[in-house]
Design a protein around this ligand. Structure first.
Ligand code: FES
Ligand SMILES: [Fe+2]
Length: 382
């Protein structure tokens, strides 16, 4: 985020604080309940949205050097294999051997010059090319060893993350995909961070309930009264759209200090958390001295795997004090999100009761309405 944007956003928030109001849309909006629980709709969201967009599959530091790889169960149980080849290039492959389909690498991370299938030991370079086939001359004299490569998905390393797209071919233009947010994100140097700690957990709720909970601050004072509520202003946040993505500014109590501070000392990271909601799901939450990535793999209409990663500056892990500081931050973010997820699971259970035909978004829950507009447009386009 450049300095002009930072000042402009802070002025907008300060004006709202002083006038004791917040930004609103022109009317309330309803969201039909079947958006959250229908398996046919879920399948359409996967095929028409998730499969067609670049998604964050890892932070770049998870493949720290040539030879690094990471294997995981990804969208729709797709076995994904991320690698960094000897030239330092990142690749995304199906984690599936070309012989008879063995799973090449167990889920997890590692570093190796070659990946060897555990079934009959066909081996692959980390650029995906098949290198050796035991007993090739006898068994596979006609097999095109030189022309065989693992199935590759479009991928890119950009703005500190590794992006993968399930469907499609060719390269990914992440700057274009981020519609202007890329350079802004770059100001926070996401590529110069490393993962301090992470939590991966499955929750019984629809992915859109989680998105909704992330883009309004109406609930902070109540739902987060035991965690972050004392740090934030009640229901005082703003958002802007960049293509399908949002930037939200969730203001903190320090916003009131701007009145007495010269403008050159204004810092948005002190007065607010800046949240980049990268459609469809990933959230990059910029905090005062580090950031968090909240990412998801939707598993079913009522089940979502959530990945929380706390990312801290590369050179900040030296002392025990620093580690305690990052641990406290990780714990607070995790505990806050768990509050959201538990409420979300209750909402999901409530959906099947038939108690509501629709949810209602208040005028200051405009980001939720826009998020659903964008999703509906994408589903209708197909
Ligand atoms: S299935 Fe991989 S070597 Fe046979
Ligand atoms: Fe929340």
């Amino acid at each position: 985020m450049n300095r002009d944007t930072e000042i402009a956003l802070l002025k907008r928030c300060q004006a709202l604080l002083e006038s004791r109001t917040t930004e609103v849309m022109s009317s309330e909006v309803t969201s039909p309940i079947d958006r959250y629980a229908c398996s046919r709709r879920f399948a359409a969201e996967m095929s028409d949205i998730f499969r067609k967009m670049p998604l964050i599959a890892a932070h770049a530091s998870e493949l720290p050097e040539p030879g690094s790889y990471k294997a995981l169960e990804w969208l729709e149980d797709f076995p994904l294999l991320l690698t960094r080849d000897k030239e330092g290039e990142v690749h995304a492959f199906a984690n599936v051997c070309k012989h008879r389909g063995g799973k090449l690498a167990e889920d997890g991370e590692g570093c190796s010059r070659r990946l060897v299938c555990p079934y009959h030991a066909w081996s692959y370079d980390l650029d995906g090319s098949l290198k050796t086939v035991p007993h090739q001359k006898t068994g596979f004299p006609e097999f095109d060893l030189a022309g065989t490569r693992l199935m590759e998905l479009p991928s890119a390393e950009a703005f500190g993350f590794i992006w993968v797209q399930r469907d499609g071919e060719g390269s990914l233009d992440i700057a274009k995909h981020l519609a202007g947010l890329g350079t802004e994100l770059d100001h926070f140097a996401p590529a110069d961070h490393v993962i301090f700690d992470q939590q991966v957990q499955d929750w019984n709720l629809n992915w859109k309930i989680l998105v909704e909970g992330g883009i309004e601050s109406y609930h902070f004072k109540i739902a987060h009264r035991n965690t972050i509520a004392p740090l934030f202003n009640d229901n005082l946040s703003i958002f802007d759209e960049f293509g399908p993505h949002f930037r939200s500014v969730l203001t903190k109590k320090e916003l009131r200090d701007l009145k007495t501070l010269p403008e050159e000392e204004w810092r948005i990271r002190i007065c607010a958390n800046v949240l980049y909601s990268l459609y469809p799901f990933a959230s990059v939450l910029i905090q005062p001295d580090h950031f968090a990535l909240v990412n998801a793999i939707p598993l079913a209409a009522d089940k979502t795997r959530i990945i929380l990663q706390t990312l801290v500056p590369k050179d900040s892990l030296g002392s025990d004090n620093a580690k305690q500081h990052w641990q406290a931050n990780f714990d607070l973010t995790r505990d806050t999100l768990v509050e959201d997820f538990l409420i979300g699971e209750q909402i999901q259970k409530g959906i099947s009761t038939g108690a509501n035909d629709a949810f209602t978004f208040g005028r200051f829950e405009a980001a939720l309405a826009r998020f659903h507009d964008i999703t509906e447009e994408r589903l209708a386009a197909d």
